[in-house]
Design a binder for this molecule. Structure first.
Ligand SMILES: [Zn+2]
Length: 447
């Protein structure tokens, strides 16, 4: 059976992930993501009404025109998890394919939200739920799709595996090896080891190189949780304002914030549209997340909530807000500029349970937000966070578990791939023979 892999997006950047695997006449697409930084750099763009081709020209979504060079039928579109760089282009591209979107329940709900907001294209693809550990048949030529449970900075992430007669194709974006996650099951390393040894083994492994240049191993979410607990407990006797911010899609982190706020005697309130969206989705699909937390999404209601907090006393509350990257229109930035009824006083605490995404725009905006908060007298706590991506020892363990014949580094640019290529070369892989360094829009023939 002929096997081809089209590396469509996310092979020159972090963002707009998209990969297609053709096995014989059947094609499975993994991820259809958005590169949000390419959108945000333009002021006030509303992508909902925009045409795909314009977004492709902006490098915001994958240029999927290479799909016409793949000779076969698309059978499934499989987003690995709910981050926008993996699902954000589904509303713009999926309608071109007569295939269902197959994902875990939380991811699928987020996809549903994305396509409901879409104004330019009609989305009629079926949405099929599949949990980690489950499989589905693809086409009529012996292909099977399997979801293996992985751990990442969003719940219900999986690595899809396409089993073919030539061996398994393992699509390895995005994960860390977490054996003590705060929500959900540990990463299923047992299954990865089995896949590496059964049948014809692993023909190809496509790997997330986000942290491939970082030594060591990525700590568990439990480490970030304990760091957060320690930080908030240190503020237990403080009677003024405490405000926290994190990724609103990071359900496990938001859950930890809610629990520790309550333990130090404060009422947590989630503020901001995206906080509302992700937490609501988590509750809706039955994730282990507090159902009794107050969440306020819209600006007018948020300002009313801030007024109530000021009247009742800031010391009784812990607002969890958007703006961990210093985004100009996010809640925390508005608070820092003094544009909300919440007044920061000397000594008030602001907790960033996030790391700055290393990108000039983010770094500049975050610097500005921290300076503005400091000018109001706030004490700023940064970097209470662990990454969602494997570092080098995790990559070593994955190669050891899967023993793939071929590897394709992804989710980075050339500089980002370098650490991974080094590591693979030390494991006996040879560039161009079995390590395929590629870019967007290429097709790699494997069998
Ligand atoms: Zn991700």
């Amino acid at each position: 059976m002929e096997i081809e892999i089209a590396t469509i997006g996310g092979y020159e950047e972090v963002g707009r992930q998209m990969t297609a695997v053709r096995a014989g006449n059947d094609i499975v697409i993994f991820d259809m993501g958005l590169n949000l930084s390419k959108v945000l750099i333009h002021d006030n763009i509303q992508t909902e009404g925009m045409h795909s081709l314009d977004l492709i020209d902006m490098d915001a979504i994958p240029d999927d025109r290479v799909m016409s060079d793949l000779d076969g039928e698309v059978r499934a579109i499989v987003p690995t998890h709910g981050h926008l760089d993996h699902i954000g282009a589904i509303s713009k591209l999926a309608h071109r394919y007569d295939a269902p979107v197959v994902a875990t329940p939380f991811t699928l709900e987020l996809v549903r939200g994305e396509v409901e907001d879409e104004q330019k294209f009609g989305f009629e693809n079926d949405l099929i739920k599949m949990d980690a550990g489950e499989t589905m048949q693809i086409g009529d030529h012996g292909l099977e799709l399997e979801f293996v449970n992985v751990t990442h900075s969003i719940v219900q992430a999986i690595n899809p595996v396409l089993h073919t007669p030539e061996g398994a194709i393992v699509y390895g974006l995005d994960k860390r090896m977490d054996h003590t996650p705060v929500i959900g099951e540990p990463i299923d390393m047992k299954r990865f080891r089995e896949i590496g040894r059964e049948g014809n083994g692993v023909l190809c492994y496509i790997e997330d190189c986000t942290n491939a240049n970082k030594q060591g191993r990525t700590p568990s979410e439990n480490v970030a949780r304990e760091h957060l607990r320690d930080t908030l407990y240190s503020m237990e006797d403080y009677t003024g304002g405490i405000v926290a911010t994190t990724f609103s899609s990071h359900i496990a982190r938001v859950k930890s914030l809610i629990e520790f706020a309550r333990e130090i005697g404060r009422q947590p309130i989630l503020l901001g549209r995206s906080m509302n969206h992700y937490s609501g989705t988590a509750q809706q699909v039955g994730i282990d997340f507090p159902s009794d937390v107050q969440t306020v999404g819209y600006r007018r209601a948020i300002d009313q909530t801030f007024e109530r907090i000021m009247n009742d006393g800031k010391g009784n509350f812990l607002p969890v807000v958007t703006g961990h990257q210093g985004e100009p229109r996010a809640m925390l930035t508005r608070m820092a500029r003094g544009e909300t009824p919440y007044e920061l006083d000397d000594g008030d605490k602001v907790v960033f349970s996030a790391r700055v995404i290393p990108e000039p725009t983010n770094e500049g905006q975050r610097y500005q937000a921290e300076k503005l908060l400091g000018m109001q007298g706030a004490r700023v706590y940064t970097d209470i966070h662990v990454s969602g991506h494997l570092c080098q020892e995790g990559h070593y363990e994955m190669l050891d578990a899967l023993q793939p014949q071929h590897v394709i580094p992804a989710h980075q640019d050339l500089k980002g791939f370098s650490g991974y290529v080094d590591l693979a070369a030390n494991q006996g892989y040879v560039v161009e023979r079995d390590v395929h360094i590629t870019s967007n829009g290429n097709i790699i023939q494997l069998a």
